[in-house]
Design a protein around this ligand. Structure first.
Ligand SMILES: [Mg+2]
Length: 217
């Protein structure tokens, strides 16, 4: 490959096995707590505001929350992909419409070890106020989801990178539409197929590792 490559991945449901948001609702909340999500689906709240309101309802000792987070499964080939990127000088970005609080608990060590760039909303937790989420200021800010993944793709393309994008959900669609290579699962895979733009099915990060080794090695 003559053009330099960058890899961007969503976190929830892509690096992790499913969304933190759904896990937290299942574990700690009742049906009424999902009202912000219904408002989002009805177009009356942004994705960011819906998540923010739901996260703020968590009321458990922080140690319990951290233990709960540590049980979330991470793709078993994720670290291998990070190693390939580091070895081949491929910038690796994790872009999330969720928040850095649980991402850092889960993969903070890998992020630091392999020099991964994390672009996500910020979260702080107290049992009094729950998980408080704030959007990052700056060039990647987006009012609807906090972080514009599409803006990150375009920023890297502007730097001359061919961008590989991996994701699973609706906040990934706009980014996938402009990326050069797309690995998709679940909702994003359905959208790609419906809108007829090409993508590869993402079963696990093993697919990305294989692709990087074949295309970039
Ligand atoms: Mg996701």
């Amino acid at each position: 490959m003559s053009k330099k490559t960058a890899l961007i991945s969503d976190f929830d449901g892509t690096v992790s096995d499913s969304d933190f948001f759904w896990k937290v609702v299942d574990k700690y909340m009742d049906e009424a707590a999902l009202e912000p999500w219904r408002m989002y689906l009805a177009g009356r709240l942004t994705h960011f505001e819906a998540l923010k309101r739901i996260f703020s309802q968590i009321r458990v000792p922080e140690a319990d929350l951290r233990n709960f987070i540590k049980e979330i499964k991470i793709d078993s080939h994720f670290q291998e992909a990070a190693g390939i990127c580091q070895g081949q000088g491929i910038p690796f970005y994790i872009c999330s419409a969720g928040c850095d609080y649980y991402i850092k608990i889960l993969i903070g060590g890998i992020i630091d070890c392999y020099g991964i760039n994390l672009i996500a909303n910020h979260g702080t937790y107290t049992p009094q106020n729950g998980l408080e989420m704030s959007a990052p200021a700056g060039r990647f800010y987006d009012a609807a989801v906090g972080v514009s993944k599409k803006a990150v793709v375009e920023f890297l393309q502007g730097q001359g990178y061919r961008v590989i994008y991996a994701g699973d959900g609706l906040p990934d669609v706009a980014a996938a539409q402009v990326a050069d290579v797309v690995f998709a699962r679940d909702m994003l895979l359905e959208k790609c197929r419906k809108q007829k733009f090409s993508c590869k099915k993402l079963n696990s990060f093993a697919d990305i590792c294989q692709y990087l080794l074949k295309e970039e090695g």
